[in-house]
Design a protein around this ligand. Sequence first.
Ligand code: SIN
Length: 329
Amino acid sequence: MFKKVSTILAVTAVSTMLAVGSAFAAPITIKFSHVVAENTPKGQMANKFKDLVAERLGGKVVVEVFPNSQLFGDNKVLEAMLLGDVQIGAPSLSKFSRYTKSLQLFDLPFLFKDMVAVEKFQKGPKGQEMLMSMEKKGIIGLGYLHNGLKQLSASKPLKVPADADGLKFRIQASDVLAAQFVALGAVPLKKPFSEVFTLLQTKAIDGQENTWSNIYSKKFFEVQDYITESNHGLIDYLIVTSTEFWKGLPDDIRVEVKKALDEALEFGNKVAAEKATEDRQKIVDSKRSEIITLSDAERAQWVEAMKPVWGEFEEEIGKDLIDAAFASN
Ligand code: SIN
């Protein structure tokens, strides 16, 4: 009898300890590292995700956001994620070529005519398949986020491709982007985003390509006299996590985290659409940089100069992907 009572007491004590233990279990921490400012589509999306998770999973999951390359820059974030030092990253689609060649698709110049076409492709079957293109390398794509179309900025006016001849341009770490500037007779230099302002300010480089929101939020327009409204390429993002982290989450938590992320992405895409117009206007109003608008004939020259890059990368990327993306226009 005594033995039975003491067994019951022991079992009760253990269950109480477990219950108390789980009530006080440390929350799961999601470190989200990115390289842009907080007043950008990606910065705002990350903060929204953090708020939604706090609201719905407070005490169970905590999101910590590290903007402006504070924690990891372009070159390190994916490695850090695979090592478990960061749980979510959102590199530009141009920064994955060490892990997959297919995402190089998004760097092809003049592939998408506008963001509607980009959205259509990303939501379509090929775009969705590409989310998992790095699964074997331990990386899962959780969704796309827009920033917008790229413009060319430089220390001299760029109206036709010949104007770029011999100039040094900072590019993201992408062979497609390198080929694009080589096709213009220019010199591409792969440099991290965090170094661009200083490189422009010290005139170590002559120009760069980026979206209105990045040009504005990082003040590139203050150190570049001209911006050609070329809309020649895309900067969008892939929100990524490691397969190990994602599959290790309890099922109910994973579902809620994904829901919060999807909502944050929808919000971020709205911010992207607004910023493409607002930040352009702020640059116009600042009168620090002249915006060059291309005539149809001038634009046709840029297309003609850059388009051969498609052929160079067709085999690596896959003709089926290029055709599907182009068909979304
Ligand atoms: C980013 O928008 O995340 C950075 C883009 C760049 O490296 O130019």
